[in-house]
Design a binder for this molecule. Structure first.
Ligand SMILES: [Zn+2]
Length: 328
């Protein structure tokens, strides 16, 4: 009896080990397919996306979709992540999402948004290396969400961007402006032009007319040109500075760094003093008839370079089809 019992026990133990091993080996197929496991993969990936860790998020959603190819919210969120990883994959994801969601009345609105993003992404230019998603450093973060509403769609579509620096009334200011140009040129391709009519961005040294406490402003105009019977308009960003004050070279460089940031497509402000796009005290907006909002600032900053957050924000603005909230 005793012996048999012992044999039974070892059989039971062996069976137990066998079952455990079978489960172990089956896990990748059965386990990952269970709804709880897919949901936890999804939650993990979404956490990465919320932390702007786009590559990790995309890889996480890959796993979700391998386990459950019909998980539409994973496809939707992977498309968002892929805009900051690989534009071609993002376009493919949005198209797949629109195709899969288009027949579902509750998803129709999202399907339309997906198709709108495909159009935007397909219209974006090939980007210079410095603006490619691989240069986004997730650990540094960004302030994209603060500036996206004012900035989306206002990025340049051709490179290099042509800049006319003009002639400053003081030599030290000329050096300051040139310094700002040289610093931004390390981030995004800029080209000096000698004729202001060719410029995408120009400094209007003679056009200073701003209120007390404003160091500089950046304003987008539309320049209309007649070619034969055709009237065409193109955007020109004009930077001005308050010339009534005795700025040093370094101060002028900091003013110009900030205003160039606006001109290059960051139309709002950072919330950190370490960023060149921080605004010190107060921001005023007013609208003028033809083009876009005027941005004025009360300013005092001597940040010497665009910060990693400034650069991350710029990269995101140039790669994203606009801010969109992930699904949860
Ligand atoms: Zn500003």
């Amino acid at each position: 009896m005793k012996e048999r019992s012992s044999v039974d026990k070892s059989c039971a133990v062996l069976t137990g080990i066998f079952v455990a091993l079978s489960l172990w080996f089956a896990t990748p197929n059965l386990g990952a397919g269970s709804p709880q496991d897919v949901q936890s993969l999804f939650d993990q990936a979404t956490q990465s996306l919320d932390q702007d860790n786009f590559a990790a998020a995309a890889a996480g959603y890959d796993k979700c979709l391998a386990a459950d190819p019909h998980m539409l919210k994973a496809l939707f969120n992977r498309a968002i992540a892929n805009e900051m990883v690989d534009r071609a994959k993002a376009i493919a994801d949005w198209k797949s999402f629109a195709a899969a969601a288009g027949n579902d009345p509750e998803m129709k609105y999202l399907a339309a948004r997906a198709l709108a993003r495909v159009q935007i992404l397909e219209g974006l230019p090939a980007l210079p290396p410095g603006l490619e998603p691989s240069h986004y450093v997730a650990a540094d973060g960004d302030y994209y969400r603060l500036v996206a509403p004012d900035s989306d769609g206002l990025q340049w579509r051709h490179f290099p961007i042509k800049v006319y620096l003009g002639s400053a009334p003081e030599v030290k200011w000329q050096y300051g402006a040139r310094g700002a140009f040289d610093i931004w040129r390390n981030v995004i391709p800029l080209q000096l032009v000698a004729n202001e009519r060719q410029a995408d961005i120009r400094i209007g040294w003679q056009e200073s007319a701003m209120g007390e406490g404003h160091a500089g402003e950046e304003l987008d105009w539309v320049r209309f040109e007649r070619v034969g019977d055709q009237l065409t308009g193109r955007r020109v960003a004009v930077i001005t500075a308050d010339l009534s004050r005795s700025w040093s070279k370094d101060e002028m460089r900091a003013i110009m760094l900030h205003e160039f940031g606006h001109a290059l497509g960051i139309k709002g402000h950072s919330d950190s003093k370490k960023d060149i796009m921080y605004f010190q005290m107060q921001e005023k907006y007013r609208r003028i008839p033809v083009p876009m909002p005027v941005t004025q600032l009360y300013w005092k900053s001597l940040v010497k370079n665009p910060s990693p957050r400034d650069i991350n924000t710029l990269i995101r603005l140039y790669n994203s089809a606009g801010y969109i909230a992930p699904l949860h």
